[in-house]
Design a protein around this ligand. Structure first.
Ligand code: ADP
Ligand code: MG
Length: 221
């Protein structure tokens, strides 16, 4: 089997930035890998996700419960695994992903009452990793970006012309996602990478260096 490394975090935590820095470094090393990004908005397998994010099932993200919405995202991953990267993975390939099943733990788990979350997570991992047969990640790097910082970065990203969906427009949702992510990270053994140190945002390069160390350890260990 191959190695699957996932970059996870709440919106604006730096996933895409860190995926870029990590893949640049792996490429410079001459290491073979494939890059994944979920959801696959440009694929037909994401049709339900697009309908959901466009608000076709209701403008409030909570209009679609966390179990139903999780299945939309899971089938998109299933399609890509079966059609695109499953063989590469089974042949021992290295994959690095911007989001994965772990994003359901955050963005759908947040909709479930806190007391029900352990049961939700057990249901989710069973669905994605056992019933659907998607590979379990070897390393989940959780970019720990507290909401007061990611809110500011998202505002900057929007000002620079980036879009936002029904989730990103809601600041309280971001804070609740962050708490849900912390819980999931602890219960599922994600590797936390702090984005803030001594009350200040770390540079993308400093964060990338730490991520790279974890990746090296994962690949060599
Ligand atoms: P995500 O993919 O997790 O939503 P991004 O990688 O798009 O997050 O980052 C959100 C915004 O914050 C982007 O505009 C990015 O350039 C910026 N950014 C990411 N990490 C940092 C950092 N450590 N310091 C300053 N700006 C950052
Ligand atoms: Mg991103």
């Amino acid at each position: 089997m191959g190695t699957l490394i996932v970059l996870e975090g709440t919106d604006g935590a730096g996933k895409s930035t860190q995926l870029r820095l990590l893949t640049e470094r792996l490429r410079a090393e001459g290491r073979a890998f494939r890059q994944l990004r979920f959801p696959q908005y440009d694929q037909p397998s994401s049709a339900l996700i697009r309908m959901y994010l466009e608000g076709q099932f209701g403008e409030d993200p909570a209009a679609v419960n966390g179990y139903a919405a999780s299945t939309f995202y899971a089938v998109d991953r299933y399609a890509s695994f079966v059609r695109d990267w499953g063989a590469y993975y089974r042949e021992g390939g290295l994959l690095v992903a911007d989001r994965y099943a772990t994003s359901n733990a955050i963005h759908q788990g947040v909709k479930v009452p806190p007391a029900e979350r352990p049961a939700f997570l057990a249901w989710l991992w069973d669905l994605e990793y056992r019933k659907m047969g998607l590979p379990r990640p070897d390393l989940v790097l959780w970019l720990d970006m507290p909401p007061r910082w990611s809110r500011e970065l998202l505002a900057r990203r929007r000002a620079a012309g980036g879009g936002s969906d029904i989730h990103e427009r809601d600041g309280d949702y971001l804070a609740r996602c962050y708490e849900t992510a912390r819980e999931a990270a602890a219960s599922d053994g994600w590797t936390a990478v702090p984005a803030v140190e001594h009350g200040a945002l770390r540079s993308p390069e400093a964060i990338a260096e730490e991520i790279y160390r974890h990746v090296r350890h994962c690949l060599e260990g």
